[in-house]
Design a protein around this ligand. Structure first.
Ligand SMILES: *[C@@H]1O[C@H](CO)[C@@H](O)[C@H](O)[C@H]1NC(C)=O
Ligand SMILES: *[C@@H]1O[C@H](CO)[C@@H](O)[C@H](O)[C@H]1NC(C)=O
Ligand SMILES: *[C@@H]1O[C@H](CO)[C@@H](O)[C@H](O)[C@H]1NC(C)=O
Ligand SMILES: *[C@@H]1O[C@H](CO)[C@@H](O)[C@H](O)[C@H]1NC(C)=O
Length: 407
């Protein structure tokens, strides 16, 4: 995570570590952890009041003065679909709407839906997009329900307005049966001066579903489809990519595996993971089933982050879609070192984890958009304190190299 420490030291100039800048008082945390805050409740007049797949981004790579969190989720308002962008400037204690994000394919058709958001803030300029630009990706499904479109939008003003940038991948109708040809579930990471958009892909006739990515150096032109996780067994459905860089410089890639053979009754979407030196080279890496110390196999929609606290090798923290608990690993993903820990939060589908700078990165913000397939859910959030992390009151600079965790 801090491999490019020299680069991050250079940034101290714009927001020195030692200065407790306005909006960053260590004492703001004096009140303790934020337990469970309601971020959004859909209006009662909406026919479908669903809020799954919530995502949060910490804005910190352009040396902002204040800690700013943005959150969005997949929702189905009536009419031309959009996502709300909600902002918090007080460590997640309160939230308010700052904008609506509309996607290209759905706005053209005036209906349909947008699914599976992911946010990313540029730590470095890419093409014409300066550092500090926020990218928002999602799967736009037009009103005719005949295609799936992984689009990238950009915001130059910290999420207050959005413009369409490009469409990375187009697939067939949103049909999750093997044999259909949609694309799903985008995720963004930067490496080696390239932006990678990772997604689930049913278009390859050799695989019911595989995980793949495409890269770009300008966010407009996208390279060929490169496999990340593609099983020889056609039936298997790896899905829901998330990737985290660890302190040893390696990357951990977590995914669910639909029709996983290991424990089909209890873990039909058993979480698997791979470890590699580059986020663009996972296909040759060994797949591991995640089985925790108490025998639990997390299942469905994993979300993985790494933080430098909690032990000499830091801590991997992973959420899944089946348990209220979280799964941690203090040995850089060693197969036998997963431990189940209480989260203080409920079960939810694809719960996002965001490492906060507060208390020396001991606090992870968990965002929960509710259960999969339910029509009446809300978005909640709260802190999770990494076990074994020192209870320091430090509040470190948001721009202290964090953006450079992604090379
Ligand atoms: C979904 O795809 C499968 C496989 O191609 C197909 O048999 C099925 O008819 C499709 N479902 C719908 C609703 O189109
Ligand atoms: C492929 O995976 C499915 C689902 O787990 C399993 O039933 C089947 O036996 C596997 N096929 C082979 C050839 O391993
Ligand atoms: C969080 O708060 C919401 C809304 O009050 C509630 O429905 C949910 O059960 C709470 N979750 C936990 C884990 O306490
Ligand atoms: C949610 O709403 C859809 C569309 O009205 C309906 O088909 C589905 O059964 C509902 N799901 C639940 C869990 O109520």
């Amino acid at each position: 995570m801090f491999h490019l420490i020299l680069v991050s030291f250079a940034l101290y100039a714009c927001f020195p570590y030692a200065t407790a800048a306005p909006g960053w008082p260590g004492s703001a945390y004096g009140g303790g952890l934020v337990k469970n805050v309601t971020v959004f409740v859909p209006p009662t007049e909406w026919p479908l009041r669903k809020t799954p797949y919530a995502r949060t981004v910490l804005l910190n790579q352009d040396c902002e003065k204040d800690e700013v969190l943005l959150t969005t989720w997949a929702q189905q308002p009536p009419g031309n679909p959009y996502w709300y962008i909600y902002e918090s400037k007080d460590h997640g204690r309160s939230w308010s709407e700052i904008s609506k994000a509309y996607f290209h394919a759905t706005s053209k058709s005036g209906g349909g839906r947008i699914e599976q958001p992911y946010f990313f803030e540029l730590a470095k300029p890419v093409g014409k997009f300066p550092a500090g630009t926020i990218l928002l990706t999602g799967n736009a499904i037009p009103a005719d329900l005949q295609s799936t479109n992984i689009e990238v939008l950009a915001s130059y003003d910290k999420g207050h307005s959005w413009e369409y940038v490009s469409t990375v991948a187009v697939g067939g109708a949103p049909n999750a049966t093997n044999g259909a040809t949609p694309v799903w579930e985008p995720f963004i990471m930067m490496y080696d001066n390239q932006i990678g958009v990772f997604y689930s892909d049913q278009r390859d006739p050799a695989h019911g579903q595989k995980l793949a990515h495409q890269t770009s150096t300008d966010l407009v032109h996208w390279g060929p489809v490169v496999d990340d996780v593609a099983y020889a067994n056609y039936t298997l459905r790896p899905g829901m990519t998330t990737i985290a860089k660890m302190g040893n410089g390696k990357y951990i890639f977590s995914y669910e595996l639909g029709f996983a053979p290991e424990d089909p009754i209890n873990a039909p979407y058993a979480v698997h993971y791979r470890i590699a030196d580059s986020p663009f080279e996972f296909q040759q890496a060994t797949p591991y089933l995640l089985k925790s110390n108490d025998g639990k196999i997390p299942s469905s929609s994993p979300y993985t982050v790494w933080t430098p606290v909690g032990g000499p090798k830091g801590t991997i923290v992973m959420s899944d879609g089946s348990f209220a608990e979280l799964f941690i690993n203090k040995e850089y993903g060693d197969l036998d070192s997963w431990v189940t820990v209480k989260s203080g939060h409920g079960i939810g589908y694809s719960k996002a984890l965001t490492v906060l700078p507060d208390q020396g990165e001991s606090i992870i913000w968990l965002t929960n958009g509710g259960m999969y397939g339910f029509n009446d859910t809300i978005v909640t959030g709260g802190d999770f304190k990494v076990p074994g992390a020192p209870s320091r009151e430090d509040t470190i600079s948001a721009c202290r190299g964090r953006g450079f965790t992604v090379n």
